[in-house]
Design a protein around this ligand. Structure first.
Ligand code: SF4
Length: 512
């Protein structure tokens, strides 16, 4: 519903003639939803449908305007593994059974889409009536259109029909699903600007999707193959639209600097700033090997105070293994550029526990930091680390995680040694990452487990307790290496580049 703090960038028809009601649920707080490009863009598209009344619902929504018994369809945007906790909380609050087989024909159809279920829907297949696999912009609209036009069919009839659509997975009906990959024919953006958003009053636009670097662990790259770019003209048009409403813009994409016209886009915004326009521009990530003075200067002039460089691993050997071809020389050159452009520090991002990693690779992170510190005495660097989580449909999906104690030893060592060098580091919790890995390589046997975790309160201890209660061998999912010929729970999804390629790529990388 309209809210004083929200500015809509499209014409809304609030006097629609509808008899179809939908809740579109973001399983997280409102502030995050209002900074979620995919969620807001879909909301806009459905909101513009003449015959549908759609309401946004968040984990912190106090109430809803559409009454529960009037809802025909509920869609969830599923972005992070742990979102399932908010999803259950929402279902419970609205007196809806968690398992689809326990809900009746009178209950609305419930579905989910987003990166979690596109990568591996199996742990959730018994929860949702159907799942959207792939790029959702057009697919979700087709689904909603179908449900509106076939409102009078029974649930079973609807699901039977939906299962025939490309990219729709109806558990127990579909045996194979083709992931949908969309051409970026338009530039998607946040159609609502709000001061309640996590990125306050910021206009976010997508300039490209995917990353051609194909790091062996990276879901963002493999799930979005091939890399696709939005046309320069469309980006400029969209930037101009955003600047009519706010002075804060953010460009989104996993490998923005690969856009063939990225320099031109920066120059377009840079010229406006030079002409006195007060614009703040940020970008989601910058690769160290495309860290050019022009780009960094534009970002600094546009108010970007911190830049993060993902180096992933400390040693060149391990960077080669993960397919990140980045030399130490390039890292030093990037720091030179950052300093010349007036930045006082940089944040590095890395990963611990990568396949083939040894203590020497960990030691190399400290050595590299020492060399940076001795060359650039007054330049601040800090580190953010996460631990390796194997993701479905990536070359490293066959690798289990390292033992938790070893990962904690490595984390403590890095924290201590970097601290001695005056470098701050933030390291993700190996314990939480363990459970994330369980979900990302999970199968349908996890249904009762995730329900139990929710029932037990959803905190860290609830995971361990639930696994014990149900006698679940969690190491099977998390730490075991799998053989290449093992049938994986998500193999039924047809997606680029295909299992054969992933096997070859995995073999190539670990033999480097
Ligand atoms: S460079 Fe970053 S986004 Fe690209 S594949 Fe590697 S980790 Fe993923």
């Amino acid at each position: 519903m309209n809210n004083q703090s929200e500015k809509f960038l499209y014409e809304r028809n609030i006097n629609k003639n509808y008899d179809f009601n939908m809740w579109f649920v973001f399983p997280g707080p409102e502030a995050f939803a209002l900074s979620s490009l995919g969620y807001l863009w879909l909301y806009r598209a459905i909101d513009m449908m003449e015959d549908v009344n759609i309401e946004r619902v968040y984990s912190d929504s106090k109430t809803t305007h559409i009454m529960r018994d009037k809802v025909d369809l509920i869609g969830f945007s599923f972005t992070f593994d742990m979102d399932f906790l908010h999803i259950f909380s929402f279902l419970e609050k609205n007196k809806l059974h968690f398992k689809s087989c326990e809900r009746s024909d009178a209950d609305p159809l419930i579905f989910a889409g987003g990166p979690v279920v596109t990568s591996n829907p199996e742990p959730y297949k018994n929860i949702f009536d159907f799942l959207v696999i792939g790029d959702g912009e057009d697919l979700n609209l087709d689904v909603v259109r179908f449900c509106v036009e076939n409102k009078n069919l029974t649930k079973a009839q609807k699901l039977q029909q939906l299962s025939k659509m490309n990219g729709i997975y109806v558990p127990k009906i579909s045996d194979k699903v083709v992931k949908v990959t969309k051409k970026l024919s338009e530039c998607i953006y946040t159609p609502i600007i709000s001061e309640n958003a996590f990125f306050k009053n910021t206009f976010i636009l997508e300039v490209e999707r995917g990353c051609a670097n194909r790091c062996g662990f990276c879901l963002a790259s493999y799930m979005n193959m091939p890399i696709r770019f939005v046309d320069y003209e469309k980006i400029i048009e969209t930037i101009d639209l955003g600047l009519k409403h706010t002075n804060k813009i953010a460009l989104l994409g996993a490998q923005i600097t690969a856009h063939p016209d990225f320099n031109k886009i920066c120059k377009y915004v840079g010229d406006k700033i030079k002409n006195g326009e007060n614009i703040e521009m940020g970008i989601s990530s910058l690769r160290v090997d495309s860290f050019t003075p022009e780009i960094v200067q534009t970002l600094v002039d546009a108010g970007q105070k911190n830049l993060t460089l993902a180096i992933e691993a400390g040693s060149e050997r391990l960077r080669r293994v993960i397919n990140k071809h980045l030399s130490e020389d390039q890292i030093f050159k990037a720091i030179d550029v950052a300093r010349a452009c007036g930045l006082h520090g940089l944040k590095f991002y890395g990963m611990i526990g990568l396949p083939t990693e040894t203590w020497e690779d960990i030691e190399e992170i400290v050595n590299l930091s020492r060399r940076i510190k001795s060359k650039y005495k007054s330049f601040d660097i800090s580190f953010g680390f996460s631990t390796f989580v194997p993701k479905a449909n990536t070359p490293f999906q066959w690798f289990g995680r390292e033992d938790e104690k070893e990962l904690e030893k490595k984390s403590n060592y890095l924290r201590k040694e970097l601290h001695k060098l005056g470098i701050q580091s933030v390291i993700s919790s190996a314990k939480w990452d363990y459970w994330q890995a369980l979900l990302s390589r999970g199968d349908e046997n996890l249904t009762d487990f995730i329900i139990e975790v929710y029932t037990q309160g959803g905190k860290l201890g609830a995971f361990k307790k639930s696994a014990k209660l149900l006698g679940l061998n969690t190491d099977y999912y998390v730490t075991q290496n799998y053989l290449y010929d093992k049938i994986l729970p998500w193999d039924f999804i047809e997606t680029m580049p295909g299992k054969e390629f992933l096997i070859k790529e995995c073999q190539r990388l670990i033999n480097l």
